[in-house]
Design a protein around this ligand. Sequence first.
Ligand code: ISE
Length: 341
Amino acid sequence: MSNELRIAVLGVGMMGADHVARIQSRIAGARVTVINDYVTERAEELAATIDGCRVVIDPIDAIADPEVDAVLLATPGPTHEKQLLACLENAKPVLCEKPLTTDAATSLEVVKAEAALGKTLIQVGFMRRFDAEYVELKGLIDSGDLGRPLVVHCVHRNPSVPSHFDSAMVVKDSLVHEVDVTRFLLDEEITSVQIIKPFPSSKAPEGLQDPQIAVFSTESGRHVDTEVFVTTGVAYEVRTEVVAELGSAIIGLDVGLVRKSKPGTWGGAITPSFKERFGQAYDVQIQRWVDAVVRGAESGNYVDGPGAWDGYAAAAVCEAGVSSLETGERVQVAMVDRSSI
Ligand code: ISE
């Protein structure tokens, strides 16, 4: 490995391009040496702005490239399985944007392939675990000061989503963050999911079930509910409230600067998208991943954050969610026992 970690970024759409900019400007000890995208011109344009960076047209060649120490996958979900397996074959540490893969069966194959290597190479980009407010809430729960958590209420609102977003994507692309937050905060698996379909917003595209209310039960019988509403037309709003035996705690109230001025109005600003709301979390996530990869050669653990198992668990819960979306019934989550891997 050279002095700086040499990263290949695969997929430079909105998220991947944002990660390239962050690595080049705010992350210490790393640089982008290879870019790949299925739109080659987009990759060429970005690579031209970075010293010592080139485009590799085939994603598997980009992963295997000798000038690449680690890989950041921001490619579409359906391509992840093949690309993750290539990272494992080449022993390249990888930070994979969610989803790990698009279904539980292939996610489990990835978990098993990594386990067979005896090295921890895969980190999944559930960035909320690195957000200061979520870290504080987790610390409060773990301190025991709130008592035992009983119920979690979540709100996940987006002003808009791309035109290809369908009702299942609301579960797999948006609600998936609440799946991970639940597992992170409560330290246990989700055992069942029910999706309730309220009257859809007239502003949602035809056929899109929006909003949706998701209800999770956990192993110990805790209740988690989430309102996911992805076409509010307002701003990006993510709130989590934990109700426990000795009190409750809430994050995501958007209480930055509050201005009072003419003509007698009162208020502040709400972030327009997840790029701003979780910008600091993405920075911390990537810096800690880079540091973990650099340390990894000694320990065999190249990850500091959620791993392949967390990606598999999320895929299994979302699969149950999509099935509940179709039937309206509560659906049990089918997961293998972790000790069997
Ligand atoms: C997007 O892919 C994200 O990951 C955002 O965090 C989420 O809020 C949004 O709904 C997803 O589409």
